[in-house]
Design a protein around this ligand. Structure first.
Ligand SMILES: NC(=O)N[C@@H](CC(=O)O)C(=O)O
Ligand SMILES: [Zn+2]
Ligand SMILES: [Zn+2]
Length: 442
C-alpha cells in the first residue's frame, strides 16, 4: 500500500518541520517527505490548506471493556479515537474486572488487534482490584506489555504501598500515571466548592483534594526516582507544583484535559426537575450532569493558570480522559450521576479553538502536547513523521468552523457538555500504519 499526502502544511516537532511538503508512505512507514513528490500511489490525499501532524496520542482513555460494554466497547472507543485524530491511545485499567494481571492485559490487546483501527496500549492497575490493599502483578503485566501503571479513578491512599509501586515502576522504567485525589477529603463532593455549589446546595470538592496528593506524589517520585505523570490537572497550585518540581529536576510531567481549560464552574447552571417526554423518565436533576467530572470544573483563576501552564510548557500533555457513561446513568442528578465526560471526538477542535486561536499555543505546541510529548513520556517510537518512522498521521483543517454534534459521535457515550458548541478546526483524516482509518465527509 502506497499513500501519498500532497500539499499539506507539515508540523513535526521532532524535526521542527513547519512547512508545506508532500509525504509518501509505503508499507506503513514514511519513506519520503519533501516538496512535489512525484510517485505512483494507491491512494493520494490532497491536504492543501490542512495541517499534517503526527497522529495524536491520548494518554488517558476509558474503553470500559471488559465489563461495561454498555458504555463503550473497544471497537466503538477505537472508532471514536480515529474520528478524533488519534492513532494511539492508552486505556485506563478501571474496568470490570480491573486490569491487574497479565490475562486481562492480553484480553484487551487481542481485542484491539482484532478491531485493528488504532493502537491501544493497555495500562496496568497499581493494586489488586484497585482496592488499595496489595500490589497488582506489575511485573507480570510489564512482561505482557503495559506501558505504564495507574490507579486512575482513585488514588492509592496508602503512601507506603504506593512508594513500593513507584520503586517497581522506576526499576522497570515505566511512568506512573497519577490520579490525584485525597479520597477522605472529597467527602461526597460532586462539583467545585464555590459560590455555585452553595447556590445549588451541592457538596463541594476543594482544590486541596487534588493539591495534597500532587504534592505527595511529587515527593515520592523524588524519593524513588520513578517517572510521575500527573493526570487531569485542574488547579492553579498543581501547575505551580509541577513548575517547582521541574526546576528541582524531579521526573514529573503533567496533562490537562480540554474541559478543564475550556469550561469553569460558572458554566454549571441550575435546571428544574422535569420529565423527558420521549423516554418518559423523570429528571430530578439539579444541573446538567454532563458538567460533572472528576476532577471538577474549577474557577476562572484555575483555568487561566492551566492555559498559561500549557503555553509556558510547564504542562506537557493534552489528554482527553474520555469517560463514556450511559444516558440512563447521566440522566439522574449531580449527586447520583457518575463522574466523567467523553472527549476523544472533541479534543482537537477544542484545543485549536481555545488555545491555538486564542494565542496560547502555536500549532507546533499543539502537535507536541497531543502527540510528540505523550510518545516521549510513554517511551514509544511514535509522534514523529519523517522517513523511516511509522506513518501514523492526522490531517487537520484549521479553517473549518462548525457546531459539535453529539449524535454524530462514533463513541457510544453522548455525555458531553460541548454539544452544539461552535468550534474551528476539523480532523479530516486519520492514518494508522499508512492506512486511512478515518476520513471526514467532504
Ligand atoms: N474522570 C472521570 O470523571 N471519570 C473517570 C475516572 C477518572 O478519570 O478518574 C471514569 O472512569 O469515569
Ligand atoms: Zn482520574
Ligand atoms: Zn480517567
Amino acid at each position: 500500500m502506497i499513500l501519498l499526502i500532497k500539499n499539506g502544511h507539515v508540523i513535526n516537532p521532532a524535526t521542527e518541520t513547519d512547512e508545506v511538503a508532500d509525504i509518501l508512505a509505503e508499507d506503513g512507514k514514511v519513506v519520503k517527505m519533501e516538496k512535489n513528490i512525484k510517485a505512483k500511489a494507491d491512494r493520494v490525499i490532497d491536504a492543501k490548506g490542512c495541517y499534517v501532524m503526527p497522529g495524536f496520542i491520548d494518554m488517558h482513555v476509558h474503553l470500559r471493556d471488559p465489563g461495561q460494554e454498555q458504555k463503550e466497547t473497544i471497537e466503538t472507543g477505537c472508532n471514536a479515537a480515529a474520528h478524533g485524530g488519534y492513532t494511539t491511545i492508552l486505556a485506563m485499567p478501571n474496568t470490570k474486572p480491573v486490569v491487574d494481571n497479565p490475562d486481562v492485559v492480553k484480553y484487551v490487546q487481542n481485542k484491539a488487534k482484532t478491531v485493528g483501527v488504532v493502537n491501544v496500549l493497555q495500562v496496568g492497575a497499581i493494586t489488586k482490584g484497585q482496592q488499595g490493599k496489595e500490589l497488582a502483578d506489575i511485573r507480570g503485566m510489564y512482561e505482557a506489555g503495559i506501558p505504564a501503571i495507574s490507579e486512575d479513578g482513585r488514588s492509592v491512599m496508602n503512601s507506603e504501598l504506593y512508594r513500593e509501586a513507584m520503586e517497581i515502576a522506576a526499576e522497570l522504567d515505566i511512568p506512573v500515571l497519577a490520579h490525584c485525589e485525597d479520597i477522605n477529603l472529597v467527602n461526597g463532593g460532586v462539583m467545585n466548592e464555590d459560590a455555585h455549589s452553595k447556590e445549588l446546595g451541592l457538596k463541594g470538592i476543594t482544590n486541596s483534594v487534588e493539591d495534597i496528593i500532587v504534592a505527595r506524589d511529587i515527593m515520592l517520585s523524588r524519593d524513588t526516582g520513578a517517572k510521575l505523570h500527573l493526570c487531569h490537572c485542574s488547579t492553579r497550585d498543581s501547575v505551580k507544583m509541577v513548575q517547582h518540581a521541574k526546576m528541582e529536576k524531579t521526573k514529573v510531567t503533567a496533562e490537562v484535559c480540554p474541559h478543564h481549560f475550556t469550561l469553569t464552574s460558572d458554566d454549571i447552571h441550575k435546571i428544574e426537575p422535569s420529565i423527558d417526554q420521549e423516554k418518559k423518565l423523570a429528571i430530578d436533576a439539579d444541573a446538567d450532569t454532563n458538567f460533572k467530572m472528576n476532577p471538577p470544573l474549577r474557577s476562572r483563576e484555575d483555568v487561566q493558570a492551566l492555559k498559561e501552564g500549557l503555553r509556558d510548557n510547564i504542562m506537557d500533555v493534552i489528554s482527553t480522559d474520555h469517560a463514556p457513561h450511559t444516558f440512563e446513568e447521566k440522566n439522574t442528578s449531580m449527586k447520583k450521576a457518575p463522574f466523567g465526560i467523553v472527549g476523544l471526538e472533541t479534543a482537537a477542535c477544542l484545543t485549536y479553538t481555545e488555545l491555538v486561536l486564542q494565542g496560547y499555543l502555536t500549532p507546533m505546541q499543539m502537535a507536541e502536547k497531543m502527540s510528540y510529548n505523550p510518545a516521549k513520556i510513554v517511551g514509544i517510537d511514535k509522534g514523529d513523521i519523517q522517513p523511516g518512522k511509522i506513518a501514523d498521521i492526522v490531517i487537520f483543517d484549521p479553517e473549518k468552523t462548525y457546531k459539535i454534534d453529539k449524535t454524530k459521535f462514533a463513541s457510544k457515550g453522548r455525555n458531553t457538555p460541548f454539544d452544539g458548541r461552535e468550534v474551528t478546526g476539523k480532523v479530516m483524516a486519520t492514518i494508522v500504519d499508512g492506512r486511512v482509518v478515518y476520513e471526514a465527509e467532504a
